[in-house]
Design a protein around this ligand. Structure first.
Ligand SMILES: O=C(O)CCC(=O)C(=O)O
Length: 252
């Protein structure tokens, strides 16, 4: 019998070694097109340089269903633990010359290491925050792919939103050339960015960020401290989705 543990053995190994895993074809073309249209509508009337809109689960069932996507959320739970929750859910649109193009780690550097120090390769880094990017277009070099430096989640070095990035242990940046329906899952600590879109077609991506339960959510940029998932969405959600959205009765 194939258990989830054996099913994800290769992916877990890659996540711990390289800091990311690309899951192919987790959405079909129809789902990708419907999500893309929902994000396109969320950006209607917004300036071209606005790149994020959320929380997207407020925009209908197709978005709600992504919160507990059967493959991606199961993998995330294996890494962050069965009580993990959503941190944010933003639709992303990058138009010509735009992109989240400065190199960064998400939120903060969690494990600063002294210059020259390294954590033994046999020790997996603890993971607190994970980012899942669902591609809703076929992403070419032209369209501004996500770029990562494999292994750099182990570096423990602040990269301070640099425009250029060097190598980590001889490994330079690579582009993730994905197809509509693929999902890139990565440890928030990997050095990454979205390259600028050089094409005339906007690139649409659905970002879903998950956290260990004790980390505060980041659902909105301004009213974060008081944001609450609307009651009617929580009511119609299955128990797993409710828990991922922050409704947890578990104390310890
Ligand atoms: O746009 C992308 O491909 C990367 C987005 C990004 O940097 C992020 O989600 O933190």
């Amino acid at each position: 019998m194939t258990t989830l543990a054996t099913h994800f053995a290769k992916e877990l190994e890659q996540l711990h070694k390289d800091g990311y895993v690309l899951f192919k074809g987790v959405l079909d073309r129809g789902q990708a097109a419907a999500l893309k249209e929902g994000i396109r509508q969320a950006f209607e009337g917004k300036d071209d340089n606005v790149m994020m809109q959320g929380p997207m689960f407020e925009r209908g069932e197709i978005f709600e269903a992504l919160v507990d996507h059967p493959v991606i959320s199961t993998f995330i739970e294996k890494v962050l633990g069965p009580d993990c929750q959503l941190s944010s859910m933003n639709g992303m649109r990058t138009t010509r010359n735009n992109g989240v193009s400065k190199w960064h780690v998400d939120e903060a550097l969690f494990f600063p290491l002294p210059e020259g120090a390294e954590i033994d390769a046999s020790i997996p880094m603890p993971v607190f925050l994970m980012n899942a990017l669902y591609y809703l277009d076929d992403v070419t070099e032209d369209q501004g792919p996500t770029q990562v430096v494999p292994g750099s989640h182990r570096a423990g070095r602040a990269i301070r939103h640099a425009e250029e990035i060097g190598e980590y242990k001889g490994q330079g940046a690579i582009s993730i050339l994905a197809e509509a329906g693929d999902c890139l899952v990565f440890n928030s600590q990997i050095w990454h960015r979205g390259a600028r879109n050089q094409s005339d077609d906007p690139r649409y991506v659905q970002q879903v960020i998950y956290r260990k339960k004790f980390i505060v959510p980041h659902m909105t940029y301004d009213i974060n401290g008081v944001y609450r998932v609307p009651e009617e969405i929580a009511q119609r959600s299955n128990p797993r989705r409710r828990r991922l959205m922050g409704y947890s009765e578990q104390v310890f």
